[in-house]
Ligand binder design. Structure first.
Ligand SMILES: Cc1cc2nc3c(=O)[nH]c(=O)nc-3n(C[C@H](O)[C@H](O)[C@H](O)COP(=O)(O)O)c2cc1C
Length: 336
């Protein structure tokens, strides 16, 4: 099958990433480590290490281990509010990581300058058009536009609406990757035709052979349909929590109980708002680890996007990437 049209539409994305295909493996805490990241990069995509709450020494080791498994480009995803963000940026620089992705809120000018000063390319998330323009002005090199169909922490707007709001106004000026709810190549083709230079997927890569997620976690993915991947519910209007999309289980109720507990401590003055929100964030990191690493998929958080219904079998990353690419190429050539 001819990939000419796909190659043309992805050209800015593949040039920006230095890859065969402009398909990013979205960073997933606990999951996007050396094995999955190197497998995605070796298959022609762009793997991204999830630093999450890792301390600097661990990130250092993870980057070194990933480099030992691939000579292809990969990125590192850092959370903007990590207390050691400066050290983490410096570790990326020491390893000459080519691309840094900043997630979890708007990046500070200081972080942007530090990353750019080190010579890395900087990718950030744009949750709205005004913020996309602001990020461009502040020196960010490329954007990910991620809709609420995605797994993990989500915003309120769907991928299809965000893509329409942002791509026509920004795509000519900087590379934009679309994420959230992409399970097949036909959707990749559609977003490329709308002006995206590439895409980012998370959910679709979880059941890869190379992914270290626990068998129980993968089994739940294989059984689930789109409607099982639901956002968490906010209990207390004073405690705004960023919703998390995950598969329905007992943990869904545990999270409500956790919110009530934290809200009560807010009431009694035992906790300040900032500390209360931090407790909620730490709760998620622990709950995801319980499910992904320990395999406790009842009381842990099985974060998954709505595309989970399109995950049909455990298979090598190379097969998943090939299937996505072939579907996208076929969809484009069918349009003549
Ligand atoms: C289990 C899981 C964990 C995730 N953890 C993170 C994370 O730590 N940091 C981040 O920026 N995005 C995280 N994401 C979002 C992914 O990077 C990616 O953008 C998203 O999965 C794309 O949407 P999709 O799931 O519909 O493919 C996570 C997603 C999943 C499914």
């Amino acid at each position: 099958m001819s990939h000419d049209k796909l190659d043309r539409l992805m050209a800015r994305g593949t040039e920006f990433l230095g890859t065969r295909w402009a398909i990013m493996g979205g960073a997933m805490s606990w999951i996007s480590e050396r094995n999955l990241v190197s497998a995605i990069s070796n298959a022609g995509g762009f793997g991204v290490i999830a630093c999450g709450a890792m301390p600097p020494e661990l990130l250092d080791k993870e980057i070194a281990a990933t480099k030992a498994m691939t000579d292809k480009p990969f990125g590192v995803n850092l959370i903007t509010m990590h207390p050691d963000i400066d050290d983490l940026i410096d570790i990326c620089a020491r390893h000459e990581v080519s691309h840094v992705v900043l997630a979890g809120g708007l990046p500070s000018g200081k972080s942007i300058d530090r990353i750019k000063g080190n010579g890395a390319k900087l990718i950030a998330f744009a949750p709205a058009l005004a913020l996309a323009k602001k990020l461009k002005r502040s020196g960010v090199d490329a954007l990910v536009v991620e809709g609420m169909e995605a797994g993990g922490h989500i915003g309120p707007v769907s991928t299809s609406v965000l893509a329409q709001e942002i791509l026509p106004h920004v795509a000519a000026d900087m590379p934009v990757f679309v994420a959230g709810g992409i399970g097949r190549g036909e959707a990749i083709a559609a977003y490329l035709e709308m002006g995206a230079v590439g895409v980012q997927l998370g959910t679709r890569f979880v059941c890869a052979h190379e992914c270290i997620a626990h068998e129980n976690f993968k089994k739940m993915f294989l059984r689930a349909s789109a409607r099982d991947a639901v956002p968490s519910v906010q209990i207390d209007p004073r405690l705004p929590v960023i919703p998390v999309r995950a598969l329905k289980n007992r943990e869904t109720e545990n999270f409500s109980a956790k919110q009530r507990e934290v809200a009560a401590k807010l009431d009694s003055g035992e906790l300040e708002m900032g500390e209360a929100q931090l407790q909620i964030e730490h709760y998620w990191a622990g709950a995801l680890k319980r499910a992904v690493i320990d395999g406790d998929v009842e009381s842990g958080s099985v974060m998954a996007g709505q595309s989970v219904g399109m995950v049909k079998r455990e298979e090598p990353i190379a097969d998943i990437v090939k299937e996505l690419v072939d579907e996208a190429a076929a969809a484009l050539s069918n349009r003549g």
